[in-house]
Design a protein around this ligand. Structure first.
Ligand SMILES: NC(=O)c1ccc[n+]([C@@H]2O[C@H](COP(=O)([O-])OP(=O)(O)OC[C@H]3O[C@@H](n4cnc5c(N)ncnc54)[C@H](OP(=O)(O)O)[C@@H]3O)[C@@H](O)[C@H]2O)c1
Length: 308
């Protein structure tokens, strides 16, 4: 209780802060929505309203039981956060990881180097192309040979025009981001379900961004990455719909969306504040601690809920 009061006072007192001068360990969530800035933008201080975006830590709950030999599928696994998911998960030999990549012709050196326990299966899946997603599902059925996915991480995403504002939207740019960031996760989930490849207690993680939150975006002046932000807001709404619709088909299924924080990847840039290891470590801890009642929620990588 005392801690909660202290935290609230702290938030009120420091409601307006410049990100670069604030220690990440004290308020990690503040760092979670500048991932998509260009390097020059990323070095500028961003004014944020902590009081609007910081929700209380979630209470203890009953987590879904993790299977003894879980099977994971991760889109966009060849680099960035997807690669780090694969690295951490494949280091446990009892885990199986279906590591999906846009193209098998891509440079897969980093991904192949992780396969020390021979528990990584690299499959092609272009999440911007429904034909490719269908082909992947066929290949996944062969690879799984009767088993089902316990975890699906819809991680692949693009932020192709971070500089584009809401008054200069190019329809083609918005289309492309909706196709990869929203339709991709929707169809990947749908086709896996149709093929009966999702376990009844499957956990689905849709990788979103703080920029997909209306509340967070309202706190950022000037607004950032309009088309990316709009596509991630749509992904959040997809999550809400999937969480309801999937319950009818897979009673124990949990679907959440998660903001990884601002992470040093090609998308996040060198100016980002988090190493992939920390972001993914936090997300895996959060995912593995989810209970059935958490379906349809929006979390940061630290396990805190994000306001929509
Ligand atoms: N880094 C951050 O700070 C940050 C913050 C918030 C949210 N996110 C989200 O986290 C996710 C991963 O981001 P990241 O930082 O790892 O980005 P990244 O370094 O740019 O990596 C993106 C990954 O997605 C893949 N991808 C893109 N389009 C694809 C498609 N059509 N089909 C299949 N794969 C595709 C890429 O594959 P290719 O190599 O083939 O392009 C790559 O593996 C994204 O959804 C992003 O929006 C990142």
């Amino acid at each position: 209780m005392a801690l909660r009061v202290a935290k609230t006072l702290w938030q009120v007192k420091f409601g307006y802060l410049q990100v670069p001068v604030f220690p990440q360990s004290l308020c990690p969530f503040l760092f979670s929505y500048t991932e998509a800035l260009s390097p020059s933008q990323a070095t500028q201080p961003t004014l944020l309203r902590a009081i609007d975006i910081y929700l209380p830590t979630q209470t203890t709950k009953r987590a879904i039981e993790t299977p003894t030999m879980p099977i994971y599928a991760i889109t966009g696994a060849n680099r960035g956060l997807g690669l780090e998911f694969t690295r951490q998960l494949s280091s446990t030999s009892s885990n199986t990881v279906l590591a999906l990549t846009r193209s098998l012709s891509s440079d897969l050196t980093d991904l192949n180097a992780l396969n020390k326990h021979s528990n990584i299966h690299i499959l092609e899946c272009d999440t911007g192309d429904v034909t490719s997603i269908k082909s992947f599902v066929k290949e996944a059925a062969k690879t799984l040979s009767g088993k089902k996915l316990d975890y699906l991480f819809n991680n692949a995403g693009i932020n192709s025009v971070p500089e584009q504002g809401s008054l200069t939207i190019d329809p083609a740019d918005l289309d492309e981001q909706i196709r990869v960031n929203v339709i991709g996760p929707a169809k990947t989930t749908e086709y896996l379900l149709e093929a009966d490849l999702l376990s009844p207690n499957a956990v689905i993680l849709n990788m979103t961004s703080g920029l997909g939150s209306n509340a967070v975006s309202k706190s950022i002046e000037p607004r950032k990455c309009a088309t990316y932000s709009i596509s991630k807001a749509a992904l959040n709404m997809l999550t809400v719909h999937q969480s309801g619709d999937l319950r009818a088909k897979l009673p124990g299924c949990v679907v959440v969306c998660m903001d990884p924080g601002w992470v040093k990847t090609r998308m996040g840039g060198e100016g980002a504040v988090l190493e992939p290891e920390e972001s993914i470590g936090g997300m895996l801890k959060t995912v593995h601690g989810l209970g059935k009642e958490d379906t349809g929620k929006f979390y940061t990588y630290t396990g805190k809920e994000v306001p929509w």
